[in-house]
Structure formats: C-alpha cells, structure tokens
Design a protein around this ligand. Structure first.
Ligand code: DX5
Ligand code: ZN
Length: 233
C-alpha cells in the first residue's frame, strides 16, 4: 500500500486539510480534484458512528474508492466509540493518518500501536469539554494532536473561541518535546478564525464549509486560509 505519511509535510507551513464532509458527495471525485488543484495539503475524512457522535457518515469503501483519485495524504478522523477495530479497514482502504478520540472506549496506547503497525501516523483528538490533561500524557507517542473547536458530529458549526487556551497549552507542551508533532485544529475554521488558531500555534487546519461552500470558490478560499501563514517557530 502506497502511503503519503504526514512526516513528509513541512510542519513550519500552515497546512490546509479540507473536510470532504462538506463536499457534494454526488461529485466527490471532482470535489477532491478541485481542492487538490487549489493547493490543499491533505484530505480530511470525517468518520462518525452515530454513537460517539449523533451522526453517521462514511466508511472504508468510500475511502478505497477515492484513494486512486488523489496523491494527497488522507487524514482520517475517527469519531467512534471503538476505533481500534476500524484501524485495519481504514488503513487497508488508504488512510495515511488515523486520528481517534481520547474519550473513546478503547485502550489508547493499544490503538496507537495498531495504527502505527500499518505504517500510518497516529493522531489523538479532544472534544471541547475534555481537558488537555487527558491528552498530554500521550504526546510522546503520537504524530498529531487534533483540537476540536466545535462539538464533533457536524460541519458548519461556529468556532468555539474558548478553546484558544487549550490550543496554546498543548502547543507549549509540544514545544517541550523535540518531536515533530502536528497541531491540527478542526471546526468552524474560516478566513477569520484561521489567524487566531495559527497565532496560537496550530500548523494544520481542517476546513469543511469555508472551503467547499465558499462563495469565491475553493481555490480562493484555500489561498486565503494559507495566507494566515505566520512565522511558525
Ligand atoms: C466535525 C468534524 C469536522 C467538520 C469541519 O465533527 O470533525 O471536521 O466536518 O467542518 P467545518 O469546517 O464546516 O466546521
Ligand atoms: Zn474532523
């Protein structure tokens, strides 16, 4: 399985991962080409089980069918109560990064090991109401932190600015370790909020609605999001 691992991405640049949850599923192939041509760095795939979050979205067959359409890293976000059982199906379907939630019911370290055993990078995500304290003990074992700035389950929600201290806190903990850990922020990111989270230390952002529903088109939207590039130390 050809992998496009995240560690090939330059974590000093602001990386944009459009979420296909906001795309037109009837035109998914064209939508993915659109964002790839517009300079997207990854494809964010939101997987929901209707249990961990009150929504049900896509599974491994869809990832498999779009895998051959793009050479961008697939950044798969598992909002599942039991993510460990789905690591192999998504890794086999073509996931490059697999992120799951620290609030899930599976053993965190076993799940990280399972993800890594397929050559994928491992990410850990926190819901808004979960303290950074729950995630920080795993920092030295993961490749990516995903801070949710909306309650997971749906696209198109408003950015939760009260998540900023958590982003700043996690970034300072990452800086203490000399490991290349991506700090990704997800939910309500648009051409305004992107500056706040980049300033706070995010080097990767998820954007669904603000890219796929942008009045000015996905390419303009992605360019504007990337303009929030600050000198990432
Ligand atoms: C929410 C998902 C997000 C969401 C982002 O549970 O994890 O990735 O789709 O969509 P926007 O950018 O529209 O908030
Ligand atoms: Zn997501």
């Amino acid at each position: 399985m050809q992998r496009y691992p995240l560690n090939n991405l330059d974590s000093r640049r602001l990386l944009v991962a459009p979420s296909i949850l906001a795309a037109n599923f009837a035109e998914l192939g064209n939508e993915i080409s659109r964002i790839e041509n517009a300079g997207a760095d990854l494809v964010h795939v939101d997987v929901m089980d209707g249990h961990f979050v009150p929504n049900l979205t896509i599974g491994p067959p869809l990832v498999q069918s779009i895998r051959k359409l793009s050479k961008l890293p697939f950044d798969v976000h598992l909002m599942l109560t039991n993510p460990k059982a789905f690591v192999k199906p998504f890794a086999d379907a073509g996931a490059d990064n697999i992120t799951f939630h620290v609030e899930c019911s599976d053993n965190i370290e076993d799940t990280i090991r399972e993800i890594r055993s397929f050559g994928c990078s491992a990410g850990l995500s926190v819901r808004p109401r979960t303290s950074a304290d729950k995630l920080i003990p795993y920092l030295d074992k993961i490749d990516l932190v995903l801070v949710m700035t909306v309650e997971p389950g749906f696209g198109g929600q408003s950015f939760m600015a009260d998540m900023m201290p958590k982003i700043i806190r996690i970034k300072s903990e990452i800086r203490k370790l000399n490991r290349n850990i991506h700090l990704e922020v997800d939910g309500g990111i648009d051409t305004k909020t992107v500056f706040m989270v980049a300033e706070a230390g995010a080097n990767m952002i998820v954007a669904g609605t603000s890219v796929f529903r942008a009045a000015e088109g996905a390419d303009e939207a992605i360019k504007k999001l990337k303009s929030a590039q600050i000198k990432l130390s």
